[in-house]
Structures are given as structure tokens and as C-alpha cells.
Design a binder for this molecule. Sequence first.
Ligand SMILES: Nc1ncnc2c1ncn2[C@@H]1O[C@H](COP(=O)(O)OP(=O)(O)OP(=O)(O)O)[C@@H](O)[C@H]1O
Length: 221
Amino acid sequence: MEDILRLERVSKVYKPNIRALDDITFSVAKGEFIFITGPSGSGKSTLLNLIFRAEKPTSGEIFFEGRPLSSFPRKEIPFLRRKIGFVFQDFKLLENHTVFENVAISLEIQDIPEGEIRYRVLKILKRLGLAGKENQLVKQLSGGEKQRVALARAVINRPRLLLADEPTGNLDARRTEEVMEIFEDLNAEGTTIILATHDHSLFVDSHRRVLLLDEGRLLNP
Ligand SMILES: Nc1ncnc2c1ncn2[C@@H]1O[C@H](COP(=O)(O)OP(=O)(O)OP(=O)(O)O)[C@@H](O)[C@H]1O
């Protein structure tokens, strides 16, 4: 099957000499759902940040849909980010804005008619169990609700690739199961997913590919 993503010999070194990622090579097929795991500090977040082009590799290259990420000029990054959704570990939500505003923000900068924005936002909120919460300020939400708002915002553009960093970190067992079902549904609809977690229970029975990171190295390329 065609690859949506390929990393070739990617390394990331932070000053003075922290090798966060060391010579990483792997591919992800279109439609795949893979897990990345490893102990704290093994490089999971760094890897996702590089794929999102939030940071650049020190060496090596990342290809998204065949195109090297290094070839995207700055002004094209917003277009790239519409194709790649990111659920951040710390959510990165606008705490003093409403749930609706947080989810709608990326649609509003695209000249999409207001009625369609409203329809799409309310639909995704309903799907994520947040119906009726649209006018609430994010800072008034529970951790689990914020997690789901972050997921809603990440998928509102119907991205081809969804990156999720510890997306069940703040959830109890029942909510974790619900969120994992949503990831399964999104994947069944064709979204490629890369989910980073240290929680083995998320993938142990999943029969999915699991990449193991340790001190920046991939143990099972
Ligand atoms: N901006 C940065 N500057 C310097 N060092 C960094 C930076 N970001 C990450 N690191 C270092 O790179 C290594 C990998 O960190 P990273 O956050 O990718 O790990 P992780 O596997 O996501 O950990 P966790 O599960 O705790 O989130 C760590 O040693 C970390 O301290």
C-alpha cells in the first residue's frame, strides 16, 4: 500500500548534546493505525513534533505524501497542518475562549460560511460527547472534557493523518475506552493515525504495529 509518511534517517539533537532522536527510519502506510511507545524522555513527543513540522530534524528527511517536509516554505505550513491533525499532550487550548471557538478556529481562517462552520462544529462536539458544552469556557471544563475538545479541534478539518500525544493521559478507564473507540472509527473512515503513549493497555490487544523508542532509538524498525 502507498505510504502517507516516511522518515529517513531522522535525528534531532538539542543543545548542548541531547540526542532526542537518533537515526530513525520507518514508513506508515495510508490508512494504518500505529502506536509509538517508550519510557518518558524516549523521544515520542519530539517525533510527533517533527512530523507536524513544529520543529525541524537536525539531519534526515521526513516525507508526507511523498513530499519532503523541508521543501514546504513557511507560507505553506498552514495548508500542511490542515492535512495533519495534532492532539497535543498539554491540549494547547485557548482557556478563556469557549469550546465552540476553540474547535471552530481553523475553519474560520478558511473563509468557510458561518452556517457550515456551526454545523460541522456542533456535529463533531456531539460525536465526542460534548453536545451542549459549546458555549462553556474551556477553563471551566474537566481534564477529560478538555482532552475531547483537543481531539475535536484536531479532526475538524478531516485530516489525512492524525497525530496524538498521550491522548488518554487524563482519562479514567471508561473515558479512555470511549476515546479509543473514536480513534478506531476515524481510522475506519480512512484517517491514518499515529498515537504515542506509554500506556501498554491501549495497544496490547490491538494487533496493530507498535514502534518502540528508547533513548531516541527505534528498537524495532
Ligand atoms: N526543546 C527541547 N530542548 C531541549 N531538550 C529537549 C527539548 N524537547 C525535548 N528535549 C529532550 O529530548 C528528549 C526526548 O523528549 P520527548 O519529550 O520527546 O520524550 P517523550 O518520550 O515524549 O517523553 P514523555 O513521555 O515524558 O512526554 C528528552 O531528553 C527531553 O528532555
